[in-house]
Design a protein around this ligand. Structure first.
Ligand SMILES: Cc1cc2nc3c(=O)[nH]c(=O)nc-3n(C[C@H](O)[C@H](O)[C@H](O)COP(=O)(O)OP(=O)(O)OC[C@H]3O[C@@H](n4cnc5c(N)ncnc54)[C@H](O)[C@@H]3O)c2cc1C
Length: 436
């Protein structure tokens, strides 16, 4: 029976422990709580869900719903427990957090193949290990990890810009052009008139923000200035002065609208999220606005009046690896291949995505899965690919349809389109899994 060590009894670590134990591996699961707590956890339970109690939509016409359906096909252990401890929330899978965590803890404590050790791990060694210590990995282990992979390969915060669906953009207003280049269409540009610009700045100033947690305030204050500038929320820039944005991230230089030959007063650029250009992110629009407010304010951007948001922006404390640089395709460290990485630390974003990653790493270990095992039409395969795809600005990713290749034919009914994409993914996944 193979032995393995898992660092972190959160969502990814708990899923991985149950999966490996089920395959008769001997698991030693290290969890530092309650002796040492993170800034966000509040109990000693495993799989503690630290914030919202929502695992998002159950509908397969949503990316999160499709991801959960895929994970169920793959034999996920934590989702059935979540369903058992769900609370009414319309189409969403919301859970009773403490009942869920208690049930996961009980299953792990009672599993004869799992030994639970309540201790902080402070360094990586040569044992076969899954590193699943999460976005709030302890300081001692973070320092050791930095030494192992190199200081530049570990990030400490998310500054996430919102992502919109291409189909929802008004291309009569938005124009395609890269700064100073005539024949390159890597960027889309949302042009502002003077009035539209100042209206947008005012909307940013009036919108409600997420209150940063006390530990995040401490964290951001401790960042050196230059580092922080790169992730300053757009509403903070607007607050600094009514023209700050148009001389910074919204500057229009080199962006004459080819249709009018004129330079707009200000511009927000959209950068393609994938090769098929089915989704774009709003460059420089990382924000701490509340989600509902984000939609209202960002829909004031010319051309985005009907924009469908695949992901909202956010900024929060989040330790994660520069995975495309340092992970092998099997999600182990290139320079320490006995260490596999799972969970938010690996560069996925979200509860369900973290569970997925614990599930995938255990399948890699027990069944030698390679990413090609999963069809390219699935959300799971694309999230795995995201961890490996070279990027100059690697950011954690959550499930969204923008990751998935479009249908090979045009389907104008959006709901039907998502239904067909989901059916395609699940049918192909079922075939792929049946082949093993
Ligand atoms: C403040 C905050 C709020 C979030 N809110 C949401 C949300 O609302 N919705 C959403 O989908 N996602 C949210 N996330 C993102 C993410 O989904 C969760 O953080 C998720 O729990 C990540 O799962 P994980 O298994 O990677 O890490 P975790 O669930 O955090 O598990 C990691 C575990 O490792 C332990 N640990 C850390 N260091 C060590 C060590 N050295 N030795 C032993 N044990 C250690 C920790 O105590 C913890 O139990 C949030 C993240 C943060 C930080």
């Amino acid at each position: 029976m193979p032995n393995i060590k898992i660092i972190g009894g959160g969502l990814a670590g708990s899923e991985a422990a149950l999966q490996l134990a089920d395959s008769d591996w001997k698991v030693t699961l290290y969890e530092m709580r309650p002796h040492q707590c993170t800034e966000a956890h509040s109990s000693e339970k495993l799989a503690e869900v630290v914030c919202s109690n929502s695992f998002k939509s159950k509908l397969q016409t949503t990316a999160s719903g499709l991801l959960k359906a895929e994970m169920q096909h793959m034999g996920c252990k934590l989702l059935p427990i979540a369903q058992k401890h769900s609370v009414p929330a319309g189409n969403a899978l919301a859970i009773n957090r403490s009942a869920f965590a208690a049930a996961v803890t009980k299953q792990i404590e009672e599993n004869p193949n799992i030994q639970l050790v309540r201790r902080e791990v402070t360094k990586l060694d040569d044992e076969l290990t899954i590193l699943a210590s999460g976005p709030l990995t302890s300081m001692a282990l973070t320092a050791n990890l930095q030494k192992t992979i190199g200081q530049q390969q570990l990030y400490f915060f998310d500054a996430i810009a919102p992502i919109v669906e291409t189909e929802s953009l008004d291309l009569n207003i938005i124009f395609s052009k890269s700064r100073y280049q005539d024949d390159n269409s890597d960027y889309l540009n949302c042009p502002f008139s003077k009035e539209e610009y100042y209206e947008f700045v005012e909307a940013l100033n009036n919108a409600e923000k997420h209150e940063a947690k006390e530990f995040e305030n401490r964290f951001f204050q401790n960042l050196d200035f230059k580092f922080y500038e790169n992730c300053t929320p757009i509403e903070e820039l607007a607050r600094r002065g009514k023209d700050t944005l148009r001389f910074g991230v919204m500057r229009p230089v080199g962006l004459q609208d080819p249709r009018t030959g004129r330079r707009p007063y200000a511009v927000i650029q959209l950068r393609a999220e994938n090769q098929a250009k089915t989704a774009y992110n709003l460059v420089g629009c990382q924000t701490m606005l509340k989600y509902g407010q984000q939609k209202q304010v960002l829909q004031k951007i010319p051309g985005l009046q009907n924009a469908k948001f695949l992901r909202y922006g956010s900024i929060h404390r989040n330790t994660f690896l520069n995975s495309p640089e340092i992970l092998k395709p099997n999600l182990s460290l290139k320079n320490k291949p006995n260490i596999f990485v799972a969970g938010q630390l690996s560069g996925l974003e979200g509860y369900v995505e973290s569970i997925l990653s614990g599930l995938l790493v255990s399948k890699i270990l027990t069944q030698n899965w390679q990413k090609e095992k999963l069809p390219t039409t699935t959300i799971s395969r694309n999230l795995w690919e995201h961890l490996l795809k070279p990027s100059s600005n690697f950011q954690p990713m959550n499930a969204n349809f923008g990751l998935v290749p479009p249908l090979p034919y045009r389907e104008s009914n959006k709901k039907l389109k998502k239904q067909k994409m989901a059916a395609r993914a699940l049918a192909e996944l079922k075939t792929a899994l049946d082949q093993s």
